[in-house]
Unconditional design. Structure first.
Length: 331
Protein backbone atom coordinates (compact mmCIF):
# COMPACT_ATOMS: atom_id res chain seq x y z
CA UNK A 1 0.00 0.00 0.00
CA UNK A 2 1.06 3.64 -0.05
CA UNK A 3 0.90 6.49 2.43
CA UNK A 4 -2.20 7.93 0.74
CA UNK A 5 -4.18 4.94 1.94
CA UNK A 6 -3.07 5.48 5.54
CA UNK A 7 -4.13 9.12 5.21
CA UNK A 8 -7.51 7.88 4.00
CA UNK A 9 -7.92 5.78 7.14
CA UNK A 10 -6.80 8.63 9.39
CA UNK A 11 -9.28 11.04 7.81
CA UNK A 12 -12.08 8.46 7.88
CA UNK A 13 -11.48 7.97 11.60
CA UNK A 14 -11.69 11.72 12.22
CA UNK A 15 -14.97 11.93 10.28
CA UNK A 16 -16.47 9.05 12.25
CA UNK A 17 -15.44 10.58 15.56
CA UNK A 18 -17.14 13.80 14.43
CA UNK A 19 -20.40 11.91 13.95
CA UNK A 20 -20.44 11.41 10.17
CA UNK A 21 -21.35 8.26 8.30
CA UNK A 22 -18.42 7.06 6.17
CA UNK A 23 -17.97 4.40 3.53
CA UNK A 24 -14.76 2.98 2.16
CA UNK A 25 -14.23 2.20 -1.51
CA UNK A 26 -11.43 -0.15 -2.62
CA UNK A 27 -10.19 -0.85 -6.15
CA UNK A 28 -10.29 -4.63 -6.65
CA UNK A 29 -9.65 -4.96 -10.37
CA UNK A 30 -8.66 -2.81 -13.34
CA UNK A 31 -8.19 -3.31 -17.05
CA UNK A 32 -6.20 -1.16 -19.40
CA UNK A 33 -4.61 2.05 -18.22
CA UNK A 34 -5.56 2.83 -14.60
CA UNK A 35 -4.19 5.62 -12.39
CA UNK A 36 -4.76 3.64 -9.16
CA UNK A 37 -3.83 -0.03 -8.60
CA UNK A 38 -5.87 -2.78 -6.94
CA UNK A 39 -6.03 -2.13 -3.21
CA UNK A 40 -6.16 1.66 -3.59
CA UNK A 41 -8.54 3.20 -1.08
CA UNK A 42 -11.05 6.07 -0.94
CA UNK A 43 -13.21 7.29 1.94
CA UNK A 44 -16.52 8.99 1.24
CA UNK A 45 -18.36 11.08 3.85
CA UNK A 46 -22.16 11.26 4.09
CA UNK A 47 -22.20 14.83 2.69
CA UNK A 48 -20.02 14.00 -0.33
CA UNK A 49 -16.59 14.96 0.98
CA UNK A 50 -13.94 12.53 -0.23
CA UNK A 51 -10.34 11.64 0.54
CA UNK A 52 -8.18 9.32 -1.54
CA UNK A 53 -8.89 8.20 -5.09
CA UNK A 54 -9.82 5.18 -7.17
CA UNK A 55 -9.59 6.69 -10.67
CA UNK A 56 -8.72 9.87 -12.50
CA UNK A 57 -11.70 11.71 -11.02
CA UNK A 58 -14.82 10.88 -13.03
CA UNK A 59 -15.63 7.76 -11.02
CA UNK A 60 -15.19 9.73 -7.81
CA UNK A 61 -17.68 12.29 -9.12
CA UNK A 62 -20.24 9.54 -9.69
CA UNK A 63 -19.69 8.07 -6.21
CA UNK A 64 -20.12 11.51 -4.65
CA UNK A 65 -23.31 12.10 -6.61
CA UNK A 66 -24.73 8.80 -5.38
CA UNK A 67 -24.10 9.73 -1.76
CA UNK A 68 -25.59 13.20 -2.18
CA UNK A 69 -28.72 11.59 -3.60
CA UNK A 70 -29.03 9.55 -0.44
CA UNK A 71 -27.59 6.22 -1.59
CA UNK A 72 -26.14 4.26 1.33
CA UNK A 73 -24.59 0.81 1.62
CA UNK A 74 -25.39 -1.45 4.55
CA UNK A 75 -22.87 -4.16 3.70
CA UNK A 76 -19.91 -4.58 1.33
CA UNK A 77 -21.01 -4.54 -2.29
CA UNK A 78 -19.43 -4.61 -5.74
CA UNK A 79 -19.56 -1.72 -8.20
CA UNK A 80 -18.37 -1.98 -11.81
CA UNK A 81 -17.64 0.96 -14.10
CA UNK A 82 -16.87 0.91 -17.79
CA UNK A 83 -18.59 -2.25 -18.98
CA UNK A 84 -19.62 -0.66 -22.27
CA UNK A 85 -17.69 1.63 -24.59
CA UNK A 86 -20.13 4.41 -23.78
CA UNK A 87 -19.58 4.07 -20.03
CA UNK A 88 -15.84 3.78 -20.55
CA UNK A 89 -15.86 7.10 -22.37
CA UNK A 90 -18.11 8.68 -19.74
CA UNK A 91 -15.89 7.71 -16.86
CA UNK A 92 -12.61 8.46 -18.57
CA UNK A 93 -11.56 4.81 -18.80
CA UNK A 94 -9.79 3.37 -21.84
CA UNK A 95 -12.23 2.17 -24.51
CA UNK A 96 -13.86 -1.00 -23.24
CA UNK A 97 -11.92 -0.90 -19.98
CA UNK A 98 -13.39 -1.85 -16.62
CA UNK A 99 -12.93 -0.71 -13.05
CA UNK A 100 -14.33 -2.88 -10.25
CA UNK A 101 -14.72 -1.55 -6.72
CA UNK A 102 -15.86 -2.77 -3.32
CA UNK A 103 -17.90 -0.24 -1.35
CA UNK A 104 -18.40 -0.91 2.37
CA UNK A 105 -19.83 1.05 5.30
CA UNK A 106 -17.31 1.95 7.99
CA UNK A 107 -18.99 0.83 11.20
CA UNK A 108 -16.36 -0.92 13.33
CA UNK A 109 -13.58 1.52 14.18
CA UNK A 110 -11.54 -0.95 16.22
CA UNK A 111 -9.75 -2.36 13.17
CA UNK A 112 -8.95 1.16 11.90
CA UNK A 113 -7.40 2.10 15.24
CA UNK A 114 -5.39 -1.11 15.30
CA UNK A 115 -4.13 -0.73 11.73
CA UNK A 116 -3.02 2.85 12.33
CA UNK A 117 -1.39 1.89 15.62
CA UNK A 118 0.48 -1.11 14.23
CA UNK A 119 1.65 0.62 11.06
CA UNK A 120 2.93 3.53 13.16
CA UNK A 121 5.23 0.92 14.73
CA UNK A 122 6.35 -0.11 11.22
CA UNK A 123 4.39 -3.35 11.29
CA UNK A 124 2.82 -4.82 8.16
CA UNK A 125 -0.84 -5.70 8.67
CA UNK A 126 -3.20 -7.64 6.42
CA UNK A 127 -6.92 -6.80 6.58
CA UNK A 128 -9.31 -9.52 5.46
CA UNK A 129 -12.92 -8.59 4.64
CA UNK A 130 -15.71 -11.06 3.95
CA UNK A 131 -18.12 -9.57 1.42
CA UNK A 132 -20.78 -12.04 2.54
CA UNK A 133 -20.85 -10.95 6.19
CA UNK A 134 -18.81 -7.74 6.30
CA UNK A 135 -16.61 -9.26 9.01
CA UNK A 136 -13.11 -7.81 9.28
CA UNK A 137 -10.09 -9.65 10.66
CA UNK A 138 -6.48 -8.54 10.96
CA UNK A 139 -3.33 -10.64 10.83
CA UNK A 140 0.39 -10.06 10.23
CA UNK A 141 1.18 -9.21 6.63
CA UNK A 142 4.26 -10.04 4.60
CA UNK A 143 6.53 -7.46 2.98
CA UNK A 144 5.82 -7.49 -0.74
CA UNK A 145 2.44 -9.19 -0.38
CA UNK A 146 0.01 -8.05 -3.06
CA UNK A 147 -3.67 -7.15 -2.80
CA UNK A 148 -5.91 -10.17 -3.34
CA UNK A 149 -9.61 -10.72 -4.08
CA UNK A 150 -11.16 -14.14 -4.77
CA UNK A 151 -14.73 -13.04 -5.39
CA UNK A 152 -15.91 -13.21 -1.79
CA UNK A 153 -12.90 -12.24 0.35
CA UNK A 154 -10.73 -9.14 0.02
CA UNK A 155 -7.22 -9.03 1.48
CA UNK A 156 -5.46 -5.66 1.70
CA UNK A 157 -1.99 -5.08 3.12
CA UNK A 158 -1.22 -1.96 5.16
CA UNK A 159 2.26 -0.87 6.11
CA UNK A 160 5.59 -0.19 4.40
CA UNK A 161 6.29 -2.60 1.54
CA UNK A 162 9.81 -1.24 1.08
CA UNK A 163 12.61 -0.56 3.53
CA UNK A 164 15.60 1.80 3.30
CA UNK A 165 18.64 1.56 5.55
CA UNK A 166 20.71 4.76 5.62
CA UNK A 167 24.22 4.64 7.08
CA UNK A 168 25.17 8.07 8.40
CA UNK A 169 23.09 10.77 10.06
CA UNK A 170 24.32 13.89 8.28
CA UNK A 171 22.44 16.53 6.33
CA UNK A 172 22.25 14.43 3.16
CA UNK A 173 20.86 11.49 5.14
CA UNK A 174 18.07 13.64 6.54
CA UNK A 175 17.06 14.76 3.04
CA UNK A 176 17.15 11.16 1.75
CA UNK A 177 15.08 9.98 4.72
CA UNK A 178 12.39 12.61 4.23
CA UNK A 179 12.03 11.78 0.54
CA UNK A 180 12.02 8.05 1.20
CA UNK A 181 9.19 8.47 3.69
CA UNK A 182 7.13 10.27 1.05
CA UNK A 183 7.82 7.34 -1.29
CA UNK A 184 6.42 4.92 1.31
CA UNK A 185 9.65 3.37 2.53
CA UNK A 186 10.20 2.31 6.08
CA UNK A 187 13.35 4.28 6.94
CA UNK A 188 16.08 3.20 9.35
CA UNK A 189 19.11 5.41 9.95
CA UNK A 190 22.22 3.96 11.56
CA UNK A 191 25.12 5.96 12.94
CA UNK A 192 27.14 4.91 16.00
CA UNK A 193 28.94 8.27 16.17
CA UNK A 194 27.75 10.23 19.21
CA UNK A 195 28.11 13.65 17.61
CA UNK A 196 25.80 12.66 14.75
CA UNK A 197 22.96 10.67 16.25
CA UNK A 198 22.19 13.32 18.88
CA UNK A 199 21.01 15.69 16.13
CA UNK A 200 18.85 13.19 14.22
CA UNK A 201 15.29 14.53 14.18
CA UNK A 202 13.35 12.98 11.30
CA UNK A 203 9.87 12.02 12.44
CA UNK A 204 8.64 8.65 11.26
CA UNK A 205 12.09 7.03 11.06
CA UNK A 206 13.85 4.52 13.28
CA UNK A 207 17.34 5.39 14.54
CA UNK A 208 20.01 2.89 15.56
CA UNK A 209 23.38 3.45 17.25
CA UNK A 210 24.50 -0.10 16.46
CA UNK A 211 27.50 -0.88 14.32
CA UNK A 212 26.29 -1.01 10.70
CA UNK A 213 27.37 -4.59 10.01
CA UNK A 214 25.64 -5.83 13.16
CA UNK A 215 22.45 -4.01 12.24
CA UNK A 216 22.41 -5.51 8.73
CA UNK A 217 22.57 -8.98 10.23
CA UNK A 218 19.81 -8.13 12.68
CA UNK A 219 17.51 -6.68 10.00
CA UNK A 220 17.90 -9.67 7.69
CA UNK A 221 17.70 -7.57 4.54
CA UNK A 222 15.32 -8.96 1.92
CA UNK A 223 14.57 -8.23 -1.78
CA UNK A 224 12.40 -5.28 -0.65
CA UNK A 225 15.31 -3.59 1.14
CA UNK A 226 17.69 -0.88 -0.07
CA UNK A 227 20.92 0.34 1.55
CA UNK A 228 22.70 3.66 1.10
CA UNK A 229 26.03 4.38 2.79
CA UNK A 230 26.71 8.12 3.01
CA UNK A 231 28.93 8.70 6.05
CA UNK A 232 32.09 9.76 4.14
CA UNK A 233 33.83 7.45 6.64
CA UNK A 234 35.19 4.34 4.84
CA UNK A 235 35.32 2.42 8.10
CA UNK A 236 31.55 2.70 8.58
CA UNK A 237 30.54 2.57 4.92
CA UNK A 238 32.70 -0.46 4.20
CA UNK A 239 31.37 -2.24 7.28
CA UNK A 240 27.80 -2.13 6.04
CA UNK A 241 28.81 -3.05 2.48
CA UNK A 242 30.62 -6.19 3.64
CA UNK A 243 27.31 -7.56 4.89
CA UNK A 244 24.79 -5.84 2.62
CA UNK A 245 26.44 -7.02 -0.62
CA UNK A 246 25.91 -10.62 0.51
CA UNK A 247 22.21 -9.98 1.18
CA UNK A 248 19.31 -10.10 -1.30
CA UNK A 249 18.70 -6.32 -0.94
CA UNK A 250 17.57 -4.95 -4.30
CA UNK A 251 19.76 -1.83 -4.10
CA UNK A 252 23.09 -1.11 -2.40
CA UNK A 253 24.87 2.20 -3.02
CA UNK A 254 27.69 4.20 -1.48
CA UNK A 255 28.57 7.87 -1.68
CA UNK A 256 31.87 8.78 -3.31
CA UNK A 257 33.53 9.73 -6.57
CA UNK A 258 34.36 7.24 -9.32
CA UNK A 259 37.91 7.13 -7.98
CA UNK A 260 36.74 6.49 -4.44
CA UNK A 261 34.37 3.81 -5.69
CA UNK A 262 37.22 2.03 -7.49
CA UNK A 263 39.34 2.18 -4.32
CA UNK A 264 36.45 0.89 -2.24
CA UNK A 265 36.02 -2.09 -4.55
CA UNK A 266 39.69 -2.91 -4.21
CA UNK A 267 39.34 -2.86 -0.43
CA UNK A 268 36.29 -5.10 -0.58
CA UNK A 269 38.25 -7.67 -2.58
CA UNK A 270 40.36 -8.27 0.53
CA UNK A 271 37.36 -9.78 2.29
CA UNK A 272 35.10 -12.78 1.69
CA UNK A 273 33.10 -11.20 -1.12
CA UNK A 274 32.85 -12.64 -4.61
CA UNK A 275 33.39 -10.55 -7.73
CA UNK A 276 29.68 -10.80 -8.49
CA UNK A 277 28.77 -9.51 -5.02
CA UNK A 278 31.15 -6.57 -5.29
CA UNK A 279 29.76 -5.73 -8.72
CA UNK A 280 26.33 -5.20 -7.14
CA UNK A 281 27.55 -1.93 -5.65
CA UNK A 282 26.12 1.26 -7.15
CA UNK A 283 28.71 4.01 -7.22
CA UNK A 284 28.91 6.92 -7.44
CA UNK A 285 25.49 6.76 -5.84
CA UNK A 286 22.51 8.39 -7.56
CA UNK A 287 21.63 9.48 -11.08
CA UNK A 288 23.55 12.32 -12.70
CA UNK A 289 20.98 15.13 -12.44
CA UNK A 290 23.55 17.90 -12.07
CA UNK A 291 22.49 18.72 -8.50
CA UNK A 292 24.87 20.02 -5.85
CA UNK A 293 22.85 20.63 -2.68
CA UNK A 294 21.96 17.86 -0.20
CA UNK A 295 18.31 17.97 -1.29
CA UNK A 296 19.25 17.73 -4.97
CA UNK A 297 21.63 14.84 -4.33
CA UNK A 298 18.89 13.12 -2.30
CA UNK A 299 16.56 13.40 -5.29
CA UNK A 300 19.23 11.76 -7.46
CA UNK A 301 19.72 8.94 -4.95
CA UNK A 302 16.02 8.20 -4.56
CA UNK A 303 15.50 8.47 -8.32
CA UNK A 304 18.12 5.75 -8.84
CA UNK A 305 16.57 3.54 -6.16
CA UNK A 306 13.13 3.88 -7.76
CA UNK A 307 14.58 3.15 -11.21
CA UNK A 308 16.34 0.00 -9.97
CA UNK A 309 13.21 -1.12 -8.15
CA UNK A 310 11.21 -0.63 -11.35
CA UNK A 311 13.78 -2.43 -13.51
CA UNK A 312 14.51 0.71 -15.54
CA UNK A 313 17.88 1.08 -17.29
CA UNK A 314 20.11 3.65 -15.55
CA UNK A 315 20.89 5.90 -18.50
CA UNK A 316 21.43 9.06 -16.47
CA UNK A 317 24.77 8.01 -14.97
CA UNK A 318 28.18 9.64 -15.14
CA UNK A 319 30.53 7.96 -17.60
CA UNK A 320 32.64 5.37 -15.84
CA UNK A 321 30.23 4.83 -12.94
CA UNK A 322 29.84 1.38 -11.43
CA UNK A 323 26.36 0.34 -12.62
CA UNK A 324 25.19 -3.22 -11.91
CA UNK A 325 23.18 -4.95 -14.61
CA UNK A 326 19.52 -3.96 -14.37
CA UNK A 327 17.42 -6.66 -12.74
CA UNK A 328 14.31 -6.89 -10.63
CA UNK A 329 14.36 -9.27 -7.66
CA UNK A 330 11.14 -8.09 -5.99
CA UNK A 331 7.61 -7.43 -7.21
Amino acid sequence: MDSLDLQVLQQAREWKHAGHAVCLVTVIETWGSAPRPPGALLALRDDGLVVGSVSGGCVEDDLIERVRKGDRVGRPSLITYGVSKEEAARFGLPCGGNLRLVQEPLTDMAWVDEVLDRTSRHEIVARIVSLDTGAVTLEPGVRGEAFAFDGSTMRTVFGPRWRLLIIGAGQLSRAVAQMALMLDFEVICCDPREEYHLSWEVAGTVFSKAMPDDLVKELQLDPHSAVVAVTHDPKLDDLVLLEALKSPAFYIGALGSRGNTAQRKERLKLFDLSEAEIDRLHGPIGLDLGGKTPAEIAVAIMAEIIAVRSGTALRQKKHGSSVPACSVTAP
